[in-house]
Every structure is written in C-alpha cells, then in structure tokens.
Design a protein around this ligand. Structure first.
Ligand code: TMP
Length: 215
C-alpha cells in the first residue's frame, strides 16, 4: 500500500507550518501513520544544505547555486525519508516541495517554470504530491508576521531568502497564483482567514482525499 503525499506552500508568513501541525494532529487522531517533515531539510545531509542556503552571510551565492542546492537537499530528502515512508503507507506532510522552487526560483529569480521542473524531475524521481495546500498572503502582511515571530523567538535576523526585497516576494506570490490556476492537485486557501477556518477547509478536503483512496 502506498501512503498519501501532501505538501504545504505559500509566501513566507502565510501560516503553512501551523496548518501542517494541526493537520498532523488530525491525521493521528484518525489512527493513520503520519510523518511531518520540511524543506529544505528533513535529513542530516539536507539540513546541512539548508544551513548553507539560508545563511544570511552568504550574500555572494549565485542563483544557479541556490537552485541546485534546493534540488540537492530535496533529492536526499526524497530518497532517504519521503519515499520509504510512502512505501510503508504513511501520510507524509511536507512543509514545502517542488512548487516552492517553481515559485521562488522559477518566478522570483526569473528562471521560469520549465527549467526548474526539469531539474527537479531528476531530484524527485518524478514524485509528485497528491495534494498541495497553498495558503495565499500578501507578502507585506507575511513579512509583518515574520518580524513579530522572529522577535518573540529572540532572533532578530530574517534568513537569506526572507531578507530579499518585497518585489521579489511579490513575484513569488504571483508564481504561486499561476500554479494554483494550472495544477489540479493544488488547493488554494486564503491566509487572511482565521487559523480555525483554514484548518476546517483542509480537514474537509483531507477526509475526501482519504475516502477517494479507499475506493
Ligand atoms: P521555510 O521558511 O518554509 O522553512 O523555507 C525556507 C525559505 O526557503 C523560504 O524563504 C522559502 C525558501 N525556499 C525556496 O526558495 N525554494 C525552495 O525550493 C524551498 C523548499 C524553499
């Protein structure tokens, strides 16, 4: 039996991590095996790559390097963690995946969707999520939330990607919107709604997804 692969996406500060954790609680309440993980990261090697990518001191990083590093982190993550869990029938909830690269590197950096998809085809072996919950938020609102969050965690610095100019994050948001219009597996959600309302919609959709799988 193969599991269910679900990813969460959206501009920084959209609230996807909170929604992922709430869905994980629900999946476990249903008695289903559940794995939560994130990108970039999720394995020792991938976490090391994450540190390199997001380090604010790495201002000299070439965009091509950034694209390859996200894909490299992902390749290890799929190979070592996601694929084995799915093969065992686990529900895998992943904070970001290929759609993030399409939005941030494809649209944000201007490399286009096709190139990013081609590169990630090799990294993922063609693995695609059955569902992506895409939470939309205006990047200005998202940034305000991030700033508040980092201060309460006693971290004053945003990471290298979060620090990029607002225009970059606006291109990323447009990228996500374009994906929502072209990909059937993407379920768009309005990040201005309450945490409870968004989670209600996610759980409703998830229940339907599980039912369809049983058929
Ligand atoms: P996170 O804040 O969701 O942990 O992600 C870290 C940052 O990396 C975030 O600003 C989005 C960015 N990112 C990309 O630019 N491309 C990718 O492929 C992924 C997975 C994340």
């Amino acid at each position: 039996m193969s599991g269910i692969f679900i990813t969460f996406e959206g501009p920084d500060g959209a609230g996807k991590t909170t929604q992922l954790e709430l869905l994980a609680e629900f999946v476990k309440q249903q008695g289903l095996p559940c794995l939560t993980t994130r990108e970039p990261g999720g394995t020792d090697i991938s976490d090391r790559v994450r540190e390199i990518i997001l380090n604010p001191a790495h201002t000299e990083m070439a965009p091509e390097t950034e694209i390859y590093l996200y894909a490299a982190s992902r390749a290890q993550h799929v190979h070592e963690k996601i694929k084995p869990a799915l093969d065992k029938g686990t529900v895998v909830l992943c904070d970001r995946f290929v759609e993030a690269s399409v939005a941030y590197q494809g649209y944000g950096l201007g490399y286009g969707e096709d190139l990013i998809r081609q590169m990630n085809e090799l990294a993922t072996g063609g693995l695609k999520p059955q569902r992506t919950y895409l939470i939309d938020i205006n990047p200005e609102v998202g940034r305000g939330r991030m700033n508040g969050r980092k201060q309460t965690e006693f971290q004053t610095d945003l990471d290298r990607i979060e620090q990029k100019e607002l225009h970059y994050h606006q291109r990323v948001r447009e990228g996500f919107k374009a994906l929502a219009n072209s990909q059937d597996h993407i379920h768009p959600l309005d990040g201005n709604q309450s945490i409870e309302d968004i989670q209600f919609r996610i759980r409703k959709d998830f229940k339907r997804l599980v039912e369809t799988k049983k058929d």
